[in-house]
Ligand binder design. Structure first.
Ligand code: BEZ
Ligand code: FE
Length: 301
């Protein structure tokens, strides 16, 4: 293996994987090397540019901590997270679509009862969420575990506010009732910029992109014998619906937040309401042969 040049190096690297006894790893590395080399040839990558690329990746790693995951942001802003979601979450017609998980989920969200105010002091205009969780044929799913998290009126998640000292707000884990219903009070979400104080933010600026995500609430819904659903509901009318910095918007996930017209005792008339039905796929339906469920243990920035 001598005198390797730009024409033979790809084949040489691929041949170096001959002894790899993990077929999936071998497949991934072979494809990765092929595409990386093709990319370098395609753009005629200079040494100075590749050094800059290495500096960027080094900085991305250095930005990561227990509470900040810059590589997830990089994957999100390059569309790789959403592509992976799309590749791994084929759904039956009528089932709720999945979207990106994002970096702001925590594993220790407080448990809340039906009807609870999960805002727990987060600033914002009150919002009542009245949702239903069903199977594809409309059968309600009782006892589904629903993990909800969102930003407040200032566009901040609790984990981004150091002065809260780890206090959790605008997030909770609830269970659907016997009729598959899910009711909770929260605040109307607002659009927010993804963190821009690191290399990913600099990449966005350098490439003329904005960092904004349209207003949304995150949901992760788990029920026995059903595929776990990780998704958001986006607020209709948000100016960033067509330019989400992480490419996560699906038309079917855009919902109206409207004043409550239904006369229900004890509810102030000015409160806004979001109504939605989440439809889960059974295990064994189109999404069932996925390589693996996404982890819920992602660190928060
Ligand atoms: C989020 O929606 O929480 C999010 C997703 C991707 C990158 C940053 C934030
Ligand atoms: Fe979010």
């Amino acid at each position: 293996m001598r005198n390797i040049d730009e024409h033979t190096i790809t084949e040489a690297v691929i041949r170096s994987l001959d002894a790899c006894d993990n077929p999936r790893l071998k497949q991934i590395l072979t494809s990765l090397v092929t595409h990386l080399h093709d990319f370098a040839r395609d753009v005629q990558l200079t040494e100075a540019e590749w050094m800059e690329g290495i500096r960027f990746l080094t900085c991305t790693g250095q930005m990561c901590s227990d509470t900040r995951q810059e590589f997830i942001l990089l994957s999100d802003t390059l569309g790789l997270s959403m592509l992976t979601v799309a590749l791994n979450n084929a759904r039956s017609d009528g089932a709720t679509e999945a979207t990106v998980f994002g970096p702001f989920h925590v594993d220790d969200a407080p448990k809340a009862e039906q009807g609870a105010d999960i805002a727990a002091g987060a600033p914002g205009r009150a919002l009542q969420v009245d949702a239903l969780v069903t199977w594809l044929d409309g059968t309600p799913i009782a006892g589904a575990e629903v993990d909800v998290w969102q930003a407040d009126e200032d566009g901040l998640y609790d984990v981004q506010i150091a002065s809260l000292g780890g206090q959790r707000r605008a997030r909770a884990v609830l269970k659907t009732d016997a009729e598959g219903r899910l009711r909770f009070r929260t605040v109307i979400p607002t659009a927010y910029p993804i963190p821009t104080d690191g290399p990913v933010g600099r990449m966005l600026v350098a490439s003329g992109r904005h960092p904004w995500r349209p207003a949304h609430i995150h949901f992760m819904i788990k029920a026995p014998e059903h595929e776990t659903l990780i998704t958001h509901l986006f607020r209709e009318g948000d100016p960033y619906l067509d330019s989400d910095a992480v490419f996560g918007v699906r038309r079917s996930l855009v919902v109206k937040i409207e004043p409550d017209a239904s006369p229900r005792a004890g509810r102030p008339s000015s409160i806004a309401v979001l109504r939605h039905t989440f439809v889960l796929d059974r295990v064994g339906e189109p999404g069932a042969d996925r390589p693996g469920e996404r982890s819920s243990g992602t660190p928060s920035p």
